[in-house]
Write a protein that binds this ligand. Structure first.
Ligand code: 5GP
Length: 330
């Protein structure tokens, strides 16, 4: 047994210190980024926020509204098998996660990203799967995860991933930390994995754990190239599900609800996700505008005229009694 005494941090453990700035308006901030990927050599331009590939938020209607703002949609996996045409396959701002054969086939016609994601990206079997996918699709932009440490980020990149998906346990409907005791505080995971990926010329997605636009800002400030959100997009008109008594259901992809829906129960795998009710919030459009406005405002506080320079302009300060510091006394 080893004990690492170094403190690792979550988004709620820090704030970003304001800095002198010559900027006068948040309208001056450019949120679009252009990334060129290590193995595919492809270029992508847009606002690097992604919807999680979950049933409730990875929908065609969500794709429509996210595309309007040049954000990326990761469709729920079941659309690969049915109704794939509801998404415009040729579009850049889409990232399909699924089984190797399905996404490799898709890569022949789609200009979007493809990806392999599993709850535990630490197995040799997973690394082999990434290698196999890279062999099949030399020109595709490939995302792979999830991991939370520098060593495994490097391993997945060397196996052929352009983008590594980072996050084990931070998700709003994830119960992995409670059920297994496994996890890694997300801010530290992002800082460490981004450093490892950037050293090799690759990219990362900070996946999960953002509950407000300030958390998305912190993820970018920590070095994330993309930020993936699930719960923040739940409860909207564009989501799958009904509104009942002012709430909508939002469930994890490893929850009982997902297993029931996709009929994939088995004896040795229990659920590591839950189902929650979220307040109905109307159109996703308003939420997205709110998120983008929060990021723009953050950039003006630290003097970053582009999202690209936010990380360089950031000094995090550790805070205690965080809940009260951020949300006020309830
Ligand atoms: P959120 O933005 O809601 O905090 O997190 C979304 C992320 O949670 C997803 O992108 C995915 O990585 C993760 N996730 C989704 N469903 C489950 C689940 O059932 N169990 C676990 N452990 N993680 C999940």
């Amino acid at each position: 047994m080893l004990l690492n005494e170094e403190i690792k941090l979550d988004y709620s453990d820090v704030l970003i210190r304001p800095k002198r700035s010559t900027m006068s308006s948040r309208g001056e901030v450019k949120l679009e980024r252009t990334h060129r990927f290590l193995w595919s050599k492809k270029k992508w331009t847009g606002i690097p926020i992604m919807s999680a590939n979950m049933d409730t938020v990875g929908t065609p209607a969500m794709h429509k509204v996210l595309s309007k703002y040049k954000l990326i949609t990761c469709p729920a996996r079941h659309y690969l098998k049915e109704n794939i045409d509801k998404f415009n396959k040729g579009e850049n701002n889409i990232c399909w996660f699924g089984g190797i054969e399905d996404i490799a086939n898709l890569a022949k016609t789609s200009t979007g990203f493809i990806g392999l994601d599993v709850a535990n990206g630490y197995t040799i079997r997973f690394v082999d799967a990434v290698k196999k996918l890279r062999d099949k699709c030399p020109d595709a932009t490939i995302a792979a995860g999830n991991v939370v440490t520098a060593d495994m980020t490097q391993e997945l990149i060397l196996a052929g991933a352009d983008i590594v998906k980072v996050g084990i346990g931070p998700g709003s409907v994830c119960t992995t930390r409670i059920k297994t005791g496994i996890g890694y505080p997300q801010l530290s995971a992002v800082i460490e994995c981004a450093d490892a990926a950037h050293g090799l010329g690759a990219h990362i997605i900070a996946d999960g754990g953002c509950v407000n636009s300030g958390d998305i800002v912190k993820a970018f400030a920590a070095g994330a190239d993309f930020v993936m959100i699930g719960g923040m997009l739940a409860g909207h008109d564009e989501c799958e599900g009904e509104v009942e008594n002012g709430v909508m259901k939002f469930y994890g992809m490893a929850s009982e609800s997902a297993m029931d829906k996709h009929n994939n129960h088995n004896d040795y795998r229990g659920s590591e996700g839950k189902t929650v009710e979220v307040t109905y919030r109307g159109k996703a459009d308003d939420t997205i505008k709110d998120i983008l406005s929060g990021i723009r405002s953050a950039c003006t506080y630290v003097g970053a005229n582009r999202l690209k320079t936010l990380s360089k302009c950031t000094t995090f300060v550790r805070v205690n009694n965080t809940h009260n510091t951020i949300y006020g006394n309830e």
